[in-house]
Design a binder for this molecule. Structure first.
Ligand code: HEC
Ligand code: HEC
Length: 302
């Protein structure tokens, strides 16, 4: 047999064994998915390595703004206290019960700035980490707050428990409200800030095109729409809590009674209970900008 044929046969054989092995692992339920046991050492190392590499590659070319300004670091401390400490803890501060039950465990971020460059810390905070419990904050925080957090993480390695307590207490005056929380409370902050980083539209209604579609799909996923609706263009659970969101453009009415105009649909996405107090569709803190983006995309889907 020729060497090439032997090589091809070996390769095909190995691939077949790997696929078969994978199928056996899945079919027999062999891998323990319980969050009460950790990954096996090889799986853990493989996932960590893959995550590190993926972040490094994607954060290349991101230019951080100046990160030493005291005001920015203070803002970051506030955001850390309000949105990160419950999972990652802080110097002398334990994570919450919820976080201690997660697997992988969200580690302390006291030394994160020694292991990651600022652009990488920003990337992780903005995009989150799939299958780990680390949320993506990009749809809910302004660019400014994402960089403020990065600046604070850079200071964290130098903070003793007393320093940390003092820093977050001094920051007590304010709150680091997310965009969705301020919209849910009825006062959406600055609309342009709300549109970053997902989409910065040039007019009141987003211009059709691949950029709009990608941003709209991101919003539909990040506002948990796919948890309840089968949504065109997105992969998610086989959800039927709400009606499928395909063919909305052909519908006469939204939610069975309101004229199906783009404005009305965007209104529905922001405040469903204002249109139907008994609706099971929750108010998800959608910003006006993101509502117009999703409405414009959904009305175009077949
Ligand atoms: C719901 C829990 C949760 C919240 C809230 C959370 N994280 Fe995480 N975070 C995680 C988990 C889980 C990981 C992954 C740990 C792993 O893979 O080892 C992680 C990983 C990270 C990492 C990489 C850590 C490392 O040691 O390599 C950074 C940086 C990070 N988070 C920053 C943040 C920031 C900043 C916030 C606040 C805006 C935040 N996280 C909020 C759960 C959380
Ligand atoms: C917790 C589940 C849930 C989530 C999350 C959710 N919805 Fe809904 N949605 C519903 C239910 C239930 C209805 C039916 C409402 C009714 O008739 O009261 C509905 C109705 C709708 C309708 C009207 C459909 C029609 O045929 O008239 C649209 C459009 C819609 N949702 C879009 C969205 C979008 C976009 C998101 C994300 C921003 C979202 N939904 C998030 C449950 C949900």
């Amino acid at each position: 047999m020729k060497p090439l044929a032997i090589f091809v046969l070996t390769l095909t054989g190995t691939a077949a064994v790997a696929v078969l092995g994978g199928a056996v692992v899945v079919a027999t339920g062999w891998y323990d998915v319980s969050a009460a046991s950790s990954h096996t050492p090889p799986v853990y190392r493989l996932l960590e390595k893959a995550m590190h590499q993926a972040v490094r590659v994607r954060a290349r070319g991101i230019e951080p703004p100046p990160l030493h300004e005291p005001a920015r670091i203070h803002r970051g401390a506030l955001c850390y206290r309000d949105h990160c400490a419950q999972c990652h803890g802080g110097p002398g501060v334990a994570p919450s019960d919820l976080a201690m039950g997660l697997q992988p465990l969200p580690g302390p971020l006291m030394d994160a700035a020694h292991r990651w460059r600022p652009a990488e810390l920003y990337w992780i905070t903005r995009h989150g980490i799939k299958m780990s419990g680390m949320p993506a904050w990009g749809m809910r925080m302004t660019e400014e707050d994402l960089w403020a957090l990065t600046a604070f993480l850079g200071r964290l390695p130098d903070l003793s428990p007393a320093d940390y307590a003092r820093t977050v207490t001094r920051a007590e005056g304010g709150q680091c409200t997310t965009l969705s929380a301020s919209c849910r409370a009825g006062h959406c902050r600055d609309e342009r800030a709300a549109a970053t980083p997902a989409y910065v539209p040039s007019g009141p209604w987003p211009v059709r095109g691949p950029e709009r579609d990608a941003a709209a799909r991101l919003a539909l996923q990040q506002y948990a729409c796919i948890a309840c609706h089968l949504t065109p263009g997105l992969i998610g659970p086989d959800a039927h809590v709400g009606p499928p969101l395909s063919g909305l453009g052909r519908q006469q009415r939204v939610a069975g009674r309101w004229p199906n105009t783009p404005e009305q649909l965007a209104q529905w996405l922001q405040t469903p209970h204002a249109l139907d107090p008994r609706s099971a569709m929750p108010a998800l803190g959608v910003t006006p900008e993101h509502a117009r983006l999703m409405a414009s995309y959904l009305l175009d889907q077949p």
